[in-house]
Design a protein around this ligand. Sequence first.
Ligand code: HEC
Length: 411
Amino acid sequence: MLILLACTTPGDSAPTGDSTADTALADGSAWYGDVETIVVENCAGCHADGEVAPFPLSTYAEAQPMAGAMADAVSARRMPPWKASPGCNEYRGDLSLSDDEIARIVAWAEAGAVEGDPSRASGATAPTSSLSRVDFDLPMPEAYTPGAAPDDYRCFVLEWPETEGKYVTGYQVNPGDRGIVHHVVLYVGASENAQLYRDADAAEAGAGYTCFGGPGVVDQSDAEWLGGWAPGASNGDFPNETGIYMEPGSVVVMQMHYNTSATDPVPDLSSVDFMVEDSVANPAYIQPWADPAWLDGTGMTIPANSEGTNHSFSRTIPFSFRVHTANLHMHTYGQTAKLSVTQGDGTEQCLLDIDDWDFNWQRTYVLAEPLTVENPTITVECSWDNPTGEDLDWGEGTGDEMCLGTMLLSY
Ligand code: HEC
């Protein structure tokens, strides 16, 4: 509600008469024939009933009272929440607005947020979840009410139902209660370890077991990522006919990060929709990228009361492969993060560059074209401000930090 109250009051900028509308139309700054397409394509995927944003912006009636707030939010580039800096790479489903699009929303709001001529409706549609088929849905075994406050990290063991080897070719996490589900990470629990995860679950009272960062139980480096979800990040089909292999007898370990700082704990029953195939053109896996020493608690110290502390990690991989997606992860003190490649021949390529990190807006960026790399040196670098009186280091709690790149790779 706070957000709505902070926004322009409905009617503030309503057109006063036909002459305003005519002028606005002459300028092109009307809903129909102009800003409708921008707003529906770049805002309404989240700003729709049942989606992550707190109010809908799919129709003129919904957008008109919010025009002033929309103009503010797009001018300040708070909305849409697209954190990849321009000029680094190109991505599928890019929601960011051009300067011209921002100017048109602002002009529309300033000219009275007029409707224009409905016969000029563009037929634009909001982006929807791009999972093209659901083969099965794996829910948590039972509902769970977060106990630890405000952060509860809990792993749930989802039994993989297939009896033959399959490739996951897409997924969609369905958060049960969006008010408390902060983010979700999915891990492949290989069949030889599946019982260890079940045992960890059985050893703790209630559904699931406590886990920080990785799924626990096995060495972090043996816990292969399958995917994840954070607010605003859409899941869907994996790109470029890639798929991640799951052997029969495996489990999916679903790590939930619940945060109850803004609301009382309520029962959550989240689930994951999966699409699978017997074979794929490009078997792939998710490669995490961080200095192994950081994970052991050395080399990533962010001193107390410091600004702009920078840490980076580079390593050369002596093969060639293709990079399909890029993702960066820090916690709340992060300022900037970048994932980049120096090809064996010295060519520099940027995968993802975030220059105003926001913990609330994390997503996997799908490269518009997969990048073929040969003997590349891959670098992840991050910077932080630490206003606290304590040194920060790598860790799983929200008060700890991370600098983690992830990429979907295939050979
Ligand atoms: C990826 C999902 C997503 C997209 C895309 C998105 N929004 Fe939002 N928006 C949110 C969420 C969630 C909130 C509430 C939380 C917050 O303010 O961060 C919000 C809040 C807002 C607010 C009120 C708070 C503020 O920052 O002013 C406005 C206005 C707004 N959005 C406008 C827009 C417009 C205009 C677009 C398209 C140009 C857009 N949003 C695209 C998710 C989204």
